[in-house]
Write a protein that binds this ligand. Structure first.
Ligand code: BGC
Length: 577
């Protein structure tokens, strides 16, 4: 079942890539047949990212009301209509309109497919499935280049081919249900439970399915209660994450990637490659390198770490673009070779890091309560700057030549090096919860990472966690009269497992009163919150004691009958007395 879901997400990714890449091969016959000027060319080409920008906004607004499945079906219909309309277009305006429709589909699918995967995939497979989606984008681009080579005379056939995977997407999605999480948020619990059981290929009464469903329900209620607002993204806690996610997409796009993806044959033409066929063939080579290096990047992402990979990526793209720009500016006789070598190095450096990492990191850095909103804003930055680069490329080349434009992109890549060095945190091997706690603590996001927080260098399973750290300045338990019952009850709702732990509140209070370390930690929290005879405790009041308090709650939860029964360990056979 998960393979089916991955395949469908793969088709959505491939369509995204296909509709980005198909214009590369189509431009030469289009220029011949329609005789277009640079501004019109930029507009028609950039209609896809522009439509995608609008599509992402629409999808963000409608996803809750209509669900992921119906929006993916709508995207498939838009793809088919757009592909057929562009194949039949009788002029520049119909073609631009058709590409706008395709763009809408791309924007909706590019947001819904990863969401569909992440809401259906078991946690352990989520990363792998999201990577498949990124790989599919590059395969789609390559497919478009191959189609461009096969039908090099007829742009109509090139566009028409796009309808085939779109129909496959429609048929595939039609047979699936919506995600268990969305069904749960809409209050359709029975359907949600059935969908989850089907996806896990187990019965609804299976303990693992029951446990996962309980977690989905908790998350769903929390989501409903806490609707993230735009202003939440600007709070000091979330702002560093927003800067990293938006900054990486801005740099990804302004590095000029889509000038190359959409206009590769034009770049080869400007570099002295005479025949259209050679240009398309060289372009297909670029597509192959893009796919292969994305696979290499996927293998290295967790080994080398995000920061080192990004530094390698930005350094490689800066050098490659610089070489092409200098070759073009000096009118070098070797320009053809320089362009080919430079573009291969450029694409390889991009695909290994700058392509996949913004997608990966945008799903890591935001705290859970604002993750969806943060991700949609980051994707809007992606589409907005994608549009800017694709639209401006023909105009800028006409004005400043290839040397000027590639020189500009090279400068952006150098800025990317500085941005990575100073602002990007190392998230590889750090659990999402640890990233969130780091943001809560108010320390600079850049300090995150295995070196800064060695204990957090990998997600530590509960059974391996060290005993709670001794507080540096343990306050005497008897320092001030404090109502621990009220205090613990006020802190508990901030914990992920608060529902499950509520019945155990009297035990939690007793442990906090008896244990010196916890006692001191709770006192410090009360002090920060000015909590004397009751009142509210907020997440920020937990401060440095947050991790210890959450670990304590987690320990109790994992030892509770509520948890043990979900994994078939309760009642404890031999111990039962
Ligand atoms: C980018 C796209 C780009 C693609 C190239 C993606 O990560 O967001 O804009 O066309 O990589 O492989």
């Amino acid at each position: 079942m998960m393979y089916l879901i991955a395949a469908i997400a793969g088709i959505a990714g491939a369509l995204f890539g296909f509709d980005e890449g198909v214009i590369a091969g189509a431009l030469a016959p289009l220029r011949r047949d329609l005789g277009i000027d640079p501004v019109a060319e930029g507009m028609m080409t950039a209609a896809v990212p522009f439509g995608a920008f609008l599509g992402a906004i629409v999808a963000g607004r409608l996803a809750l009301a209509f669900g992921r499945r119906r929006l993916l079906l709508a995207a498939a219909v838009l793809f088919v209509v757009g592909a057929l309309l562009s194949a039949l277009a009788f002029g520049l305006w119909t073609l631009t309109f058709a590409r706008l429709i395709i763009g809408l589909g791309v924007g909706v699918a590019a947001m819904m497919a990863p969401l569909y995967i992440s809401e259906c995939a078991p946690a352990a497979q989520r990363g792998m499935l999201v990577s498949i989606y990124q790989l599919a984008i590059t395969l789609g681009i390559l497919g478009a280049y191959v189609v461009g080579y096969a039908f090099h005379e007829s742009w109509r056939w090139m566009f028409a081919v796009g309808a085939v995977p779109a129909i496959a997407l429609f048929v595939g999605i039609f047979g699936l249900s919506d995600t268990p999480r969305w069904l749960a948020v809409r209050g359709r619990e029975a359907e949600a439970r059935a969908a989850l059981a089907r996806m896990r290929e187990k019965s609804e009464s299976d303990p693992a399915v029951k446990a996962e469903f309980a977690e989905i329900l908790t998350g769903a209620t929390q989501d409903e209660n806490r609707k993230a607002r735009l202003s939440d993204l600007l709070t000091p806690r979330v702002r560093p994450a927003l800067i990293v996610a938006m900054g990486l997409f801005l740099l990804q796009q302004l590095s000029g990637i889509n000038a190359v993806i959409y206009y590769a044959p034009t770049v080869f033409e400007l570099s002295g490659f005479g025949s259209t066929t050679t240009q398309i063939l060289a372009t297909a080579g670029i597509g192959v390198v893009n796919v292969l290096m994305t696979i290499v990047g996927m293998a290295l992402i967790d080994r080398l770490g995000r920061r080192l990979l990004l530094l390698i990526g930005f350094a490689g793209t800066a050098v490659a673009l610089g070489v092409i720009a200098i070759g073009a500016a000096t009118g070098s006789e070797m320009m053809g070779k320089l362009a080919l070598g430079g573009l291969v190095l450029y694409i390889a450096s991009f695909a290994i890091a700058i392509g996949p990492l913004p997608w990966v990191m945008m799903s890591e850095v935001f705290p859970l309560d604002v993750r969806a909103l943060g991700m949609s804003i980051a994707s809007l930055v992606n589409w907005g700057f994608n549009f800017l680069v694709v639209f401006s490329f023909p105009v800028l080349v006409a004005e400043f030549g290839l040397a000027g434009v590639f020189g500009l992109y090279a400068v952006v890549c150098v800025v990317g090096l500085a941005f990575t060095q100073w602002l990007v945190p190392e998230t590889s091997g750090v659990s999402l919860e640890e990233i969130e706690r780091h943001l809560d603590s108010g320390r600079p996001l850049r300090d995150l990472g295995p070196c800064a927080t060695s204990a957090a260098s990998r997600p530590v399973p509960p059974e391996e966690r060290p005993a709670m750290a001794t507080p540096p300045e343990a306050t005497s338990p008897a320092a001030a009269p404090l109502d621990f019952a009220l205090l613990v009850a006020a802190v508990l709702p901030l914990d992920h497992y608060h529902r499950e732990l509520e019945p155990l509140l009297p035990d939690l209070i007793r442990i906090v009163v008896l244990n010196d370390q916890l006692n001191a930690a709770f006192r410090r929290i009360a002090e920060r919150a000015g909590f004397t005879e009751g009142g509210e405790i907020e997440r920020a009041h937990l401060g440095d004691d947050g991790p210890a308090v959450h670990t304590f709650f987690e320990y109790v939860y994992f030892a509770s009958p509520a948890f043990l029964s979900t994994v078939g360990e309760w009642p404890l056979g031999g111990v039962r007395g």
